[in-house]
Design a binder for this molecule. Structure first.
Ligand SMILES: Cc1cc2nc3c(=O)[nH]c(=O)nc-3n(C[C@H](O)[C@H](O)[C@H](O)COP(=O)(O)OP(=O)(O)OC[C@H]3O[C@@H](n4cnc5c(N)ncnc54)[C@H](O)[C@@H]3O)c2cc1C
Length: 392
């Protein structure tokens, strides 16, 4: 008999989502992760299916809502300065018959509240680092840095891009690099954001503002790595001026810059998402630039899909569970990663043809109603196979 039915390696938002969902069904679950001070300045735009998950899991509390803002409009502005530019495209939630496409939620608030919820549901939190895992005849074991050996029917590797569990099982990654980094911060502005997120497409990548409560927004500014580092090193007053120039005054005067961090941009995908009693989820399975805010939304779908299969299975690590998870997640993750790479590459490419294609695509989306509906629907979630916790 195993120590646990499910062991989750990693206590980021993706791993905790899986822990909460299986624990809600009374499954004996442990999370192995080093205790950390969460100072992540990122906010995440969570679309409606992710919001359904937060509500279903008891995570959409007044405290979290108070620090988050609804996304009522999404705008794409072609600011490439190319010879042919696309018209601005604005999607409104009302057009899609929604109050909001989703909400912009600070990770520094969400992740600790997810940890508390997992503990309240009886998840055993083990303050240790996973080192490796191996397959046994009817179970799998996880070995930790402090020398513990824990057994389970299945291990969920949610331990980030450098996942030690994935590496110890020799699951290969397909990787592609972008000559970009993203500067992340928050700022205040004198003008209203009208609950609109704006993605300015620029020559070095996207520059995206996302509303927060009041006259405040978060920023993801993709740039060449050297320029991103220079921006990171500017004084608050200097950075405020740079942001004001890039936003073209659309948000009024910029001030009160928050904590900053620079993230290198990369694309990665595991060769297989589940095998031999290990399920990969979140950044342990896939990473991509934050265009269109897809990362954690996909990771929450990983977690909810894994939970559905585990809850319904007699043996949570059965071959059939592994195969079904891999199949269902590939059809969601791969096309989204391809679309993100295509748009990102079209911004970075020196070939005019790429820019023209992107501009034509955006122009079509702006003018052709069925394409607009399709773009909005696909931006929110896949059209079928939504996991139970996200159906509302
Ligand atoms: C600039 C930027 C903006 C983004 N904006 C959005 C957005 O608007 N919307 C969206 O949906 N997504 C967004 N994303 C993506 C999103 O932030 C990530 O997908 C998400 O935070 C990753 O969560 P995770 O749990 O998979 O990984 P992580 O948060 O990296 O968690 C991994 C966990 O594993 C733990 N760990 C590491 N090593 C070990 C070990 N040896 N043993 C045990 N545990 C270990 C770590 O301590 C950590 O807790 C953005 C990403 C970036 C870079």
């Amino acid at each position: 008999m195993s120590d646990f039915k499910v062991i989750i390696s990693g206590s980021g938002p993706a791993g905790l989502a899986a822990a909460i969902l299986v624990a809600m069904d009374g499954i004996k679950t442990a999370v192995v992760a080093p205790a950390s001070q969460l100072t992540d300045p990122r906010t995440v735009a969570l679309m409606q299916p992710s919001m359904q998950f937060l509500k279903y899991a008891g995570l959409w509390t007044p405290d979290i809502e108070a620090v988050s803002a609804p996304l009522k409009r999404l705008q794409i502005v072609d600011d490439t300065g190319n010879y042919v530019t696309a018209p601005d495209v604005t999607f409104s939630a009302a057009e899609a018959k929604l109050d909001a496409f989703g909400w912009n939620v600070p990770l520094a608030h969400l992740t600790p509240s997810m940890l508390k919820r997992a503990e309240a549901l009886g998840v055993v939190i083990i303050d240790d680092k996973s080192e490796s895992s191996e397959l046994q005849e009817h179970s799998t074991v996880l070995r930790t840095a402090k020398g513990q050996t824990l057994s389970a029917e299945v291990i969920i590797a949610a331990d980030g891009v450098e996942s030690p569990i994935r590496k110890s099982r020799d699951i290969k990654m397909e990787s592609w690099r972008f000559d970009q980094s993203a500067l992340v911060t928050t700022f205040s502005h004198t003008g209203p954001h009208g609950f609109m997120s704006t993605e300015y497409h620029k020559g070095a990548g996207a520059f995206t503002t996302v509303p927060l409560p009041g006259n405040r927004s978060s920023l993801v500014w993709m740039e060449k790595p050297g320029k991103a580092q220079k921006l990171f090193e500017l004084s608050d007053a200097e950075l405020a001026v740079e942001i004001q120039i890039e936003t073209k005054g659309n948000l009024g005067r910029i001030s009160d810059i928050g904590t900053r961090k620079v993230f290198p941009m990369r694309g990665e995908r595991a060769a297989v998402f589940a095998k031999d009693r290990v399920i990969l989820l979140g950044e342990a399975a896939h990473t991509q630039p934050p265009l269109g805010a897809q990362g954690l939304n996909m990771s929450f779908r990983d977690a909810a899909q894994a939970a559905d299969l585990i809850i319904g299975a007699k043996d949570a690590g059965a071959v059939s569970v592994m195969k079904e998870y891999d199949k269902l997640r590939r059809v969601d993750v791969i096309p989204r990663q391809q679309m993100i790479s295509m748009v990102n590459t079209s911004l970075l490419s020196e070939f005019a043809a790429f820019g023209l294609l992107r501009a034509a695509g955006l122009a079509a989306v702006a003018k052709i109603p069925p394409l607009r509906s399709l773009a909005m629907a696909q931006g929110l979630a896949p059209s079928s196979n939504l996991p139970f916790a996200m159906r509302g």
